[in-house]
Design a protein around this ligand. Sequence first.
Ligand SMILES: Cc1cc2nc3c(=O)[nH]c(=O)nc-3n(C[C@H](O)[C@H](O)[C@H](O)COP(=O)(O)OP(=O)(O)OC[C@H]3O[C@@H](n4cnc5c(N)ncnc54)[C@H](O)[C@@H]3O)c2cc1C
Length: 293
Amino acid sequence: MKIKDLFEQKKTIFSLEIFPPKYTAPVESIFETLDGLKGVEPDYISVTYGAGGKAKDRTVEIAEKIKKDYGIESMAHLSCISSTKEEVAAQIRQLKERGIENVLALRGDIPEDPDFGFPTPLHYEHASDLVKELKKDGSFSIGAACYPECHLDCVDLKTDIKNLKYKVDCGVDFLVSQLFFDNEEFFEFMEKLDIAEINVPVEAGIMPVMNRNQILRMCRLSGCKVPKKLQRMLDRYGDDPASMLEAGEAYATEQISDLLTGGIHGIHLYSMNRPDVAKRIFNNLQSIRRLQK
Ligand SMILES: Cc1cc2nc3c(=O)[nH]c(=O)nc-3n(C[C@H](O)[C@H](O)[C@H](O)COP(=O)(O)OP(=O)(O)OC[C@H]3O[C@@H](n4cnc5c(N)ncnc54)[C@H](O)[C@@H]3O)c2cc1C
């Protein structure tokens, strides 16, 4: 089913994100994650895309398995900055052959290696270039990324939202946000999208804190702020992994509950291939999920 239609049918969408195992590990190791998610009943599961190397082929393979073997809708991420027109065409063909109906169209991060050879000509400079290609094909419901606290490469949020408006107008059906820890930032962002007449549904990206150093690194890399409340939690529990995990789950639960109360239409949990964490958070939310049906 297309995610665009899911948004029309349901008051709130709950989705999960997983990443493919490294190419050196057997692809089947992802089944442990998927088996562990039994009972969570997400509306869909998305599978991330590695920019280069063989691991990128696993995205489509896993997205197909989620749909066919587990009966859960799936979405394949696809990034374009390092791809030629032929490579993107081959990816699109593969997605269709495998019955994937939903794609998260991404630019991908600019490789840090100064000697990285970008394809020439560079057909896909922005995600909007990929959105146009997918839209022209007509087979997919198209999602795209958005950044409540501004994308790191952009001068300011106003410009980023202007670029986002253009991307959405190229054919995006729904947006999934980058992780954030301060709901007020997200609610303000939603108001700004409304003013910019960006009217597609937006899922809030929530990442449960499982490890202090890992989360601080993610915040640094993504430009996501660490609110005082989160910093206090990291200071108090950061050296004690079990307590950190429990506190992180409580923080994510509270964040999601507040977002749903505030009328947000979708939650995308960056579950980091930890089904146990996803399960506990979704269990914590059972009563509020019932209210959202
Ligand atoms: C939900 C989510 C999932 C992700 N999954 C993956 C994944 O699976 N694999 C992966 O490699 N990365 C993934 N990423 C990371 C993403 O690829 C990076 O954040 C990347 O730097 C930007 O991608 P984008 O699609 O948002 O790019 P774009 O929409 O192209 O935006 C990138 C920058 O360019 C600017 N821009 C956009 N359009 C224009 C324009 N027309 N003119 C001038 N400037 C413009 C924007 O303001 C922004 O600063 C994900 C991010 C999110 C939020």
